[in-house]
Design a protein around this ligand. Structure first.
Ligand code: ADP
Ligand code: MG
Length: 367
């Protein structure tokens, strides 16, 4: 697949010193890429630079191989959807949608057809005569999306488009957006600070921290193989335990995992709650004390105390009755990640020293 949007070495530093430094990213045709990171990490700065709303200090932005740096927003083959819908309140839905087409001198009959097409896509057929104030927040955002789609952008840029909506609507709209994206083969750069949203709709995620990239990968790999402590902390629920790496092994008490990078010293071991499992009789395990059970629907979260730190374990609904409080159990970990202890939360100064799948651990344990 060919590249649609190419960002190379983009920097935008504000007088305060905040901003984005040396950001590079290529997005393929029809791909949906999400910029994910805490508020203030520079997501909007990148999106606005691509859309032409701010001028970067440095960096090259290509769309379909053509430089767009010098073009104003309306001349770029991109369209942007903001968190606030920015519809014109005094205009009907039809006129809000027709506006850009009229500017382009598209014929009336064609405008009517196109508006109908766009309303259909966002599931608001027949809403032409309504005014924005007559619509709910979710409907207004759908209209804003339809308006952007009518520009037939090569790249659709969306800056936290659903964050003003309630949780249920947010889920609905993200699903719809993903369907539209797939159906229309749209290339999208989507911004959110919500990791669940990013994991659920993206082909790839760019995890950002303080103006720099921590990791670019598929949602699955970001979840399974966080490349830094920051990503491990930011994405999903994660336990952190004390371990020690030496020679061939990383040890958490009597549990041993291969030390592939031959790192020596204290490590922070990251384990997902779903990878904490009860050790069977023949398996090695560490002792844990059950402290608390929290029902979370089809599963429960059990809080455990060990000599290596506190942790949480997910247990299936049907197995909860087996657990008593203040009970000693033996646990092991299906898969772990280890980072040098004291590694800065930012990516400088540490490297990933271990990531293993369950299968790899099994092979290792047999050896
Ligand atoms: P995000 O969208 O990830 O929340 P932004 O791109 O909006 O982050 O901002 C990145 C950093 O740059 C923040 O620290 C923010 O305060 C700062 N910033 C953004 N816009 C400006 C501006 N116009 N002037 C000064 N600082 C800014
Ligand atoms: Mg922002």
């Amino acid at each position: 697949m060919s590249t649609c949007l190419s960002i190379t070495n983009l920097s935008k530093v504000y007088p305060t010193g905040d901003g984005v430094k040396g950001f590079s990213l290529d997005i393929k045709n029809g791909e949906m890429v999400t910029l994910l990171g805490p508020s203030g990490c520079g997501k909007s700065t990148i999106l606005r630079s691509v859309g032409g709303f701010i001028e970067p200090n440095e960096g090259l932005i290509l769309i379909d191989g053509k430089e767009v740096n010098h073009l104003p927003p309306e001349k770029r083959p991109s369209a942007m959807v903001f968190q606030s819908y920015n519809l014109w309140p005094h205009m009907t839905v039809f006129n809000n949608l027709a506006f850009s087409l009229k500017l382009k001198k598209v014929k009336k009959a064609e405008i009517v057809e196109k508006v109908k097409w766009a309303l259909n896509l966002v599931q608001l057929q027949g809403y032409e005569k309504k005014y924005p104030t007559e619509l709910s927040g979710g409907q207004q955002q759908r209209i804003a999306l339809a308006r952007a789609l009518l520009l037939e952008p090569r790249v659709l840029l969306l800056d936290e488009p659903f964050s003003a909506l309630d949780a249920k609507l947010r889920h609905e709209l993200r699903e719809e957006l993903r369907e539209i994206q797939a159906k229309q083969q749209l290339t999208m750069l989507f911004v959110t600070h919500d990791q669940e949203e990013a994991l659920s709709i993206s082909d790839r995620i760019v995890v950002m921290n303080k103006g720099e990239i921590e990791q670019i990968d598929t949602p699955q790999n970001i979840y399974n193989y966080p490349a830094s402590m920051f990503v491990a902390q930011f994405i999903g629920k994660m336990n952190f335990l004390k371990g020690y790496a030496q020679g061939e092994k990383i040890n958490i008490g009597s549990l041993a995992y291969p030390n592939l990078n031959h790192y020596n010293g204290n490590v922070t071991v990251a384990v997902r709650p779903e990878d904490v499992v009860i050790a069977n009789e023949i398996e090695n395990g560490i002792e844990a004390l059950t402290e608390k059970v929290m029902m979370l629907g089809h599963y429960a979260e059990i809080s455990l105390k060990t000599d290596f730190g506190k942790l949480k374990m997910f247990v299936d609904r049907s197995d909860i009755s087996q657990f008593k409080m203040q009970q000693k159990i033996r646990i092991t970990f299906a898969t772990i990640q280890a980072f040098p202890e004291d590694s800065n939360v930012h990516k400088d100064g540490y490297s990933k020293i271990l990531n293993l799948t369950k299968e790899e651990i099994k092979v290792y344990e047999k050896a």
